[in-house]
Design a protein around this ligand. Structure first.
Ligand code: BGC
Length: 420
């Protein structure tokens, strides 16, 4: 309720802001996004700067809250009020859900003119289109299944390399614990719990199992022994977080690794944006390594264009779409964001070793079919099904529910959310 009111208030506030904006020949965009942490703000700042350099007017609508749940609530309020933003950070099946409601504009003329089909991985191009037309433009490819660690802290606990199995991770965590260091920096928010959960599911079950359970929502997979084992590992991870984890923002958890309070964080590579924004060097001040398990959990940010009227805003959408997809912008933005470009033809020579590893593993995962979409980051299932996953996983994390009970409750909740 609070979020809804906040959303409506923002809607009105921005309405006034827009009314007082002088019309510009090069378009106006009001951009709703949730990029408010240090690294995120720097990255979206690049987009704003480029848009303004082209003579456009940028109205910023940030809605704080990692993972975007608060932003999505605000978006709903804006659309219901008949005052949608021009462009919204939105992704995965959510794009299709909004398109079906008939509230999106397409930018297909730009996409055709610029040949987007030829430079985007088909899996991303498909997500950006509704009825064959582009209604969104992708900015990046984020990988979810990463460990971030502080090498000096690991060394203090006698850990010499990054863990490659969950058993190894558990053993390292015990060493950190014994050295009086929090093994796992974590923020107890449903989307962060789900981020860790899906990473564990990939590691315990592999990509085919992940797909069956978290994408196809197969009841057998959801209630399988492999899923029980995944919850068992999640229970272990719960014992490695500090007592103040509840409600903590993800970037504060990253800061715990940065300043030596914790050994590891499990988080997508937007965490790298935080390290970089703080002037830290990969391989020196922090290290990255894929979490155990063969595969790549895909999360891609994109901007979706809502139905707005007026020449100036329509122009704004066209200019923004073209800018987002320009190779120069994809390079600058992703260097700050921690991700890699969505376009396949952007040179990666300025990117660091974590980004190159991501790129290499992405290609390998496409080849051996171990690329899977993120459930936690809205790439895999509808919002209602994702909501059930988040509720259950968080509930499990914050109680002493058994793994056996968790799988039963999860399978039931997912089934319920799938009913029309
Ligand atoms: C988004 C990232 C963002 C992260 C934390 C993810 O869902 O894809 O761009 O940095 O949430 O807010």
């Amino acid at each position: 309720m609070k979020l809804f009111i906040q959303g409506v208030a923002i809607a009105f506030g921005l309405g006034l802001a827009m009314a007082s904006t002088t019309a510009r020949a090069d378009g106006t965009v009001e951009v709703l996004h949730w990029w408010t942490s240090g690294g995120e703000a720097k990255a979206v700042g690049e987009l704003k700067k480029s848009f303004e350099t082209q003579g456009g007017t940028w109205i910023d609508s940030p809605i704080a809250g990692g993972g975007g749940d608060a932003a999505m609530t605000a978006l709903r309020a804006r659309v219901v009020a008949g005052n949608p933003p021009t462009a919204v950070q939105l992704k995965g099946p959510g794009i299709q859900e909004w398109a079906k409601e008939g509230v999106l504009n397409n930018v297909n003329d730009v996409a055709t003119k610029e040949g987007w089909d030829a430079v985007l991985p088909p899996v991303l191009a498909g997500i950006m289109k509704y009825e064959g037309k582009y209604v969104a433009a992708p900015v990046n490819i984020h990988r979810v299944d990463w460990f971030w660690a502080n090498p000096a802290v690991l060394a203090k606990a006698g850990i010499t390399g990054m863990p490659t199995t969950w058993d190894e991770f558990n053993a390292d965590a015990e060493k950190l614990k014994a050295a009086g260091i929090t093994p796992l920096a974590h923020g107890g928010q449903p989307w962060q719990d789900a981020t860790v959960f899906e990473t564990v599911v990939l590691g315990v079950g592999g990509a085919d199992f992940y797909r069956k359970a978290l994408v196809d929502l197969d009841q057998k997979a959801l209630t399988s022994d492999t899923m029980v084992k995944s919850f068992d590992e999640l229970r272990k991870l719960r014992s490695y977080v500090d007592p103040n984890f509840s409600g903590r923002d993800w970037n504060l958890a990253t800061a715990m690794v940065m300043n030596g309070q914790a050994g590891f964080q499990i988080m997508g590579d937007w965490a790298k944006g935080e390290f970089l924004a703080a002037g830290k060097k990969p391989g020196v001040d922090f290290v990255c390594a894929p979490t155990p398990g063969k595969g790549f959990i895909l999360n891609s940010d994109s901007f979706t264009f809502f139905k707005v009227s007026g020449q100036e805003r329509l122009k704004g959408q066209t200019v923004l779409a073209s800018l987002i997809m320009s190779p120069a912008f994809q390079e600058t933005f992703n260097l700050a964001k921690g991700s890699i470009p969505a376009r396949t033809d952007v040179p990666l020579d300025k990117f660091d070793s974590c980004a190159l590893k991501s790129h290499e593993d992405l290609l390998a995962a496409v080849k051996d079919n171990s690329l899977v979409p993120s459930m936690a980051h809205e790439m895999a299932v509808s919002r209602s099904v994702r909501g059930e996953f988040l509720d259950l996983v968080t509930n499990f994390f914050n109680s002493d529910m058994s793994s056996a009970d968790a799988v039963k409750a999860l399978a039931k909740a997912v089934k319920r959310a799938q009913q029309p």
